[in-house]
Design a protein around this ligand. Structure first.
Ligand SMILES: Cc1cc2nc3c(=O)[nH]c(=O)nc-3n(C[C@H](O)[C@H](O)[C@H](O)COP(=O)(O)OP(=O)(O)OC[C@H]3O[C@@H](n4cnc5c(N)ncnc54)[C@H](O)[C@@H]3O)c2cc1C
Ligand SMILES: NC(=O)c1ccc[n+]([C@@H]2O[C@H](COP(=O)([O-])OP(=O)(O)OC[C@H]3O[C@@H](n4cnc5c(N)ncnc54)[C@H](OP(=O)(O)O)[C@@H]3O)[C@@H](O)[C@H]2O)c1
Length: 492
């Protein structure tokens, strides 16, 4: 997905662009395959997007109205394909080309160019090429992380990481333990509850569960991600209101999953089924695993071993850039990556390299990757100037401070970012942040949605470079597209 937005942004500015893709197909992890591994990660067979279609749109390409409100992964892939075809992006991709090394070119000091070593994954032949600029779009959910536990080596049951879980086949009548209550853990628990003998969902600090279907039948992100909510209402008020809403759907305390931290301190876990699975006892929420035994685990605060046939580690991922040296981009302990605006290594002499999609917002990554790509191209074409290294380092420190204050300390939160403020920040850098004050005067109808309504990605095509004439209409008519697929004539 990030690679497609990168190509699109280059083409908009008539830059020559080539995208190296190590697999034989576009789509990244949205392309389902049965045997995922760290080289080619993919979603599970039943994955549904957890961000709604309108809030996950590319800014000049609204998803068709006949698409459902939340998309099955195959429809997400279809959307990517439609986007790529519409903007003629696929011709810029060269398949079976793995980037294995990136180093500064000999004349980097004066030109900022990069030497890229690429390996053909079919012939194993390597070659080198020089580029003026690089967008690194390799994804960050490829290298699975599995924690260690006392006596894990004694355990004789089956175990796997969530990234290897594809379907519930083979899990029938099994006692399954899932460790980790992020989106993977909770999706898998809800699915296995239909077939397994018993499912335990263990989390070390509890979890807030967001439903896709929020108040007044609105998608959760349409309901929550509004400028008014994040710029006018105090965050403490929003936090309390949100916790109240989530507890109304499922009393987190009663259901044994209430965390001690506030709702906004954790990456959102979105699921609509888990409350029923907990209610029926098909899934039981547990605290952290204290230790393993030969045939099960001992949970924190318990005295007896719980027998387990299969353990699924839904414990997240390492961030890695195997083709970059530490002096270009170093990933520190706990997934720490020090990048200016989550994109630019601040210490580099030239800002001709950026990472796209290395961000965990509380909304969709799609419009974020798109804005990042447009921003990088603006930097490359001298339409946006980055501040001095000192200022960038100060900004990186400030972001780190924000994360330390606002998120639970966990490697999974090393790239977490609030969605609207981050997008506005990037958009402002290259002049596509909408001017709401002017809009309030000139176009109050549009202003009402842009300020009080959902922060639709089309807002970033209203003004500035490569604005899109259809953006206003796309915003005003979003409701028609959101629910069109549900219409059958009875609603009249
Ligand atoms: C199960 C699941 C569900 C998700 N649901 C949502 C959702 O609903 N909404 C949302 O916004 N986000 C969701 N996400 C987040 C998701 O990461 C992003 O939506 C998006 O897929 C990231 O795209 P990407 O292009 O950055 O990375 P990827 O999709 O991982 O693509 C990276 C590409 O780079 C290629 N590559 C990697 N290394 C090299 C190399 N060295 N040389 C050449 N090519 C290379 C890979 O083959 C791959 O094609 C979900 C993630 C998962 C795992
Ligand atoms: N339907 C969907 O759209 C969908 C489905 C799956 C995944 N995704 C996306 O894919 C990305 C990855 O999600 P993910 O759930 O695989 O990973 P994740 O968000 O990193 O969650 C990892 C989980 O494992 C726990 N964990 C990590 N280390 C642990 C340890 N040592 N002991 C106990 N627990 C530990 C974490 O708890 P702490 O919080 O305590 O660290 C967290 O609950 C996210 O962007 C997510 O939104 C989306």
């Amino acid at each position: 997905m990030s690679g497609l937005t990168a190509i699109k942004a280059c083409k908009e500015e008539n830059l020559d662009v080539v995208c190296y893709e190590k697999s034989g197909e576009f789509g990244g992890l949205w392309r389902y395959h049965e045997n995922s591994d760290d080289r080619f990660p993919s979603i599970m067979k039943s994955t549904m997007s957890n961000t709604s279609k309108e809030m996950s749109a590319f800014s000049d390409f609204p998803p068709p109205s006949e698409f459902p409100t939340y998309l099955h992964h195959s429809t997400v892939l279809k959307y990517l394909e439609m986007y790529a075809e519409n903007f003629d992006l696929l011709g810029s991709i060269t398949y079976y080309q793995e980037v294995v090394e990136i180093i500064p070119s000999e004349d980097y000091g004066t030109t900022g160019k990069w030497l890229v070593k690429v390996r053909n994954t079919r012939s194993d032949e390597s070659r080198e090429e020089i580029f003026d600029g690089l967008m690194v779009c390799n994804g960050h959910l490829g290298y699975h992380y599995t924690p260690t536990y006392p006596n894990l080596d004694l355990y004789t049951g089956k175990s796997l990481h969530s990234s290897r879980y594809k379907t519930n086949l083979g899990m029938e009548e099994q006692r399954v333990l899932i460790i980790g209550a992020g989106n993977s853990g909770v999706d898998i628990a809800a699915e296995l509850a239909n077939v397994s003998k018993k499912v335990y969902l263990s989390s070390r600090r509890g979890v807030w569960i967001y439903p896709r279907l929020f108040d007044k039948s609105k998608p959760m992100d349409v309901s929550l991600h509004r400028r008014y909510n994040v710029t006018v209402l105090p965050s403490s008020y929003m936090e309390k209101k949100l916790e109240k809403s989530l507890n109304k759907k499922m009393d987190h305390k009663k259901f044994g999953i209430k965390p001690y931290h506030p709702v906004t301190s954790q990456t959102p876990t979105v699921n609509d089924e888990i409350q029923y699975k907990l209610l029926t006892g098909a899934v039981t929420a547990k605290k952290d695993v204290k230790e393993f035994s030969q045939n099960g685990v001992l949970f924190d605060g318990e005295e007896e071993i719980t027998p387990i046939d299969v353990v699924i580690f839904a414990t997240g991922f390492y961030i890695k850039f195997p083709f970059l040296t530490d002096d270009i981009l170093r990933v520190g302990k706990n997934n720490k990556v020090l990048l200016y605006k989550n994109m630019f290594p601040p210490q580099l002499k030239h800002h001709t390299l950026a990472v796209i999609g290395l961000v965990q917002p509380n909304g969709s990554v799609f419009p974020v990757a798109e804005l990042q790509s447009r921003c990088f191209v603006a930097v490359m074409t001298n339409k946006c100037r980055l501040p001095s290294t000192e200022k960038m380092l100060a900004s990186v420190r400030a972001t780190e401070g924000f994360r330390a204050r606002n998120y639970v300390q966990s490697p999974r939160h090393s790239i977490d970012t609030p969605w609207i403020p981050y997008m506005d920040d990037i958009a402002e850098m290259f002049g596509v942040k909408p001017n709401l004050a002017a809009m309030a005067v000139k176009d109050p109808k549009l202003f009402r949605i842009c300020f009080f309504g959902p922060c639709l990605p089309y807002q970033y095509r209203l003004t500035g470079p490569h604005k899109w004439e259809g953006a206003r209409d796309a915003i005003l008519n979003y409701k028609n597209r959101l629910y069109e697929h549900l219409k059958n004539g009875r609603e009249k």
